[in-house]
Design a protein around this ligand. Structure first.
Ligand SMILES: [Zn+2]
Length: 122
């Protein structure tokens, strides 16, 4: 691998950094559904478990603790998009890791070549 390969790898990294910059709000965690009672005594859900309302939950981990928050129905589609964006961000970061690693590995033979070259006379 030569200098042009490094240029190509760097270009691939920059493309991913650009995509990261274009991604807007994101959030970590996974979505799940839970069933709960709304609290109104006149509601059907008060009469049996089978009538509980489905509710969207975002489960995440922070400092080893699992955290769950309810997602308001009106925000469901928006939050789903945020979660997908975070997945894409993680993917892009992983790809940047791999590309950066390739640059590091490619440097090894280049260093060997340099040390094999005769030393300059002083
Ligand atoms: Zn209810």
């Amino acid at each position: 691998m030569g200098a042009s390969d490094r240029t190509e790898l760097e270009a691939q990294i920059h493309a991913r950094v650009r995509e990261l910059g274009e991604l807007a709000i994101s959030i970590s965690g996974s979505l799940g559904t839970t069933y709960r009672r709304c609290g109104r005594t006149s509601c059907r859900c008060a009469t049996g478990d089978q009538y509980k309302h489905p509710s969207l939950l975002l489960n995440s981990k922070a400092a080893g603790k699992t955290k769950s928050i309810y997602i308001p129905v009106q925000m469901a589609e928006e939050v789903k998009q945020w979660v997908e964006r975070r997945h894409r961000m993680k993917e892009l970061l992983k790809e940047i890791d791999q590309l950066a690693e390739q640059i590091i590995r490619a440097h090894v033979p280049a260093t060997r070549d340099a040390s094999a070259r005769p030393r300059r006379r002083r």
